[in-house]
Write a protein that binds this ligand. Structure first.
Ligand SMILES: Cc1cc2nc3c(=O)[nH]c(=O)nc-3n(C[C@H](O)[C@H](O)[C@H](O)COP(=O)(O)OP(=O)(O)OC[C@H]3O[C@@H](n4cnc5c(N)ncnc54)[C@H](O)[C@@H]3O)c2cc1C
Length: 286
């Protein structure tokens, strides 16, 4: 008889499904169950299980209503971790207050993935080339976790450090983006090679982030001459982009694309963005 499961895939081992309705109940469930994982839309989690990862207990986050809202305060926009990817390019709060960011995220994946996947799953899958984290890092956003010891707010860039948030069972509850954050320069047209994004948190101190060129996205400040704002002359843009790149770790080979090509292409694309030559996410989405 032919086995319907391809050799590269495994049958998912049996697991217990838990459906907490509050953040506290989810954190308590995960803490009490040593071999458990949170599940948002389940795309990456189930893919991992088909590849052999075994969880005896899965804590589904879909029933926690407070994770699925986008709200604003005086200082920031709060996006719940259970918000679906499809909301990012269509939500009125985001479109009104952070249109650059809504436009940068609108083209993520395809309709099916956008419908199923969540912001929390995209971030906590911690994949090199996913779109949400580099934008958050360039925008100076923070991420908030619920833990058994209480809430924990950290810079989004912490997610690209080597610490594994899953190791301490933390539940990502929301991301907070400063209300005056801007991402006017953004180019994802070279994916799966890399994505480059440029923004600030409202203070005009420009940062650039790159995804897909390292094991996780990287962010660093742009060293612009005092008193000069973006866009800048193309000669200066080339120098600033090259300096920015030389401060990053060595770019890796990934998805069949060499690190050497990335090392040449990333500063070239960044320079075009800084000079205002390349097409930004906003104008491309329009
Ligand atoms: C064909 C295809 C194309 C894609 N294209 C793109 C693309 O262009 N850009 C892009 O960015 N992404 C892309 N993706 C990736 C997609 O965005 C992610 O698979 C999706 O966002 C994962 O979300 P999820 O809710 O399903 O995560 P899940 O599978 O539910 O979770 C992923 C991981 O995060 C953990 N987790 C989930 N939620 C939380 C939480 N709140 N707190 C703590 N841990 C949590 C889970 O335990 C698991 O380890 C693509 C995927 C596919 C299959």
């Amino acid at each position: 008889m032919i086995d319907p499961v391809p050799r590269s895939r495994k049958r998912i081992s049996p697991f217990r499904l838990h459906r907490p309705e509050t953040i506290d109940a989810a954190v308590a469930a995960r803490a009490a169950l040593p071999n458990s994982a949170y599940m948002g839309g389940g795309i990456d989690l189930l893919n991992g299980m088909k590849a052999g990862t075994e969880w005896t207990d899965i804590v589904l986050l879909r029933d926690i209503a407070s994770l699925r809202t986008i709200t604003r305060s005086d200082s920031h926009i709060r996006i719940g971790s259970g918000v679906g990817l499809d909301a990012l390019g269509r939500n009125d709060v985001l479109l009104d207050l952070l249109p650059d960011i809504a436009a940068a995220w609108a083209p993520i994946a395809n309709v099916r993935i956008r419908h199923q996947g969540t912001v929390g799953g995209n971030l906590m899958a911690r994949k090199a080339h996913y779109d949400i984290l580099p934008v958050l890092m360039a925008a100076g956003a923070t991420v908030v976790f619920a833990t058994v010891d209480g809430p924990l707010e950290l810079p989004a860039a912490w997610l690209s450090s080597s610490t594994k948030p899953a190791a301490f069972g933390a539940l990502l509850t929301e991301v907070r983006i400063p209300v005056h954050a801007r991402i006017p320069f953004h180019d994802r047209s070279h994916l799966p090679g890399f994505l480059v994004t440029v923004g600030h948190c409202g203070d005009g101190a420009w940062r650039a982030a790159v995804a897909g060129a390292h094991d996780l996205p990287r962010v660093a400040s742009l060293d612009l001459p005092v008193g000069i704002d973006l866009p800048i002359h193309s000669t200066l843009a080339r120098r600033v982009a090259e300096d920015w790149c030389s401060g990053l770790p060595i770019m890796c080979e990934r998805a069949g694309i060499s690190g050497t090509w990335r090392r040449r292409a990333v500063p070239a694309v960044l320079a075009r963005l800084l000079a205002g030559i390349a097409v930004s996410a906003r104008s491309r989405a329009a």
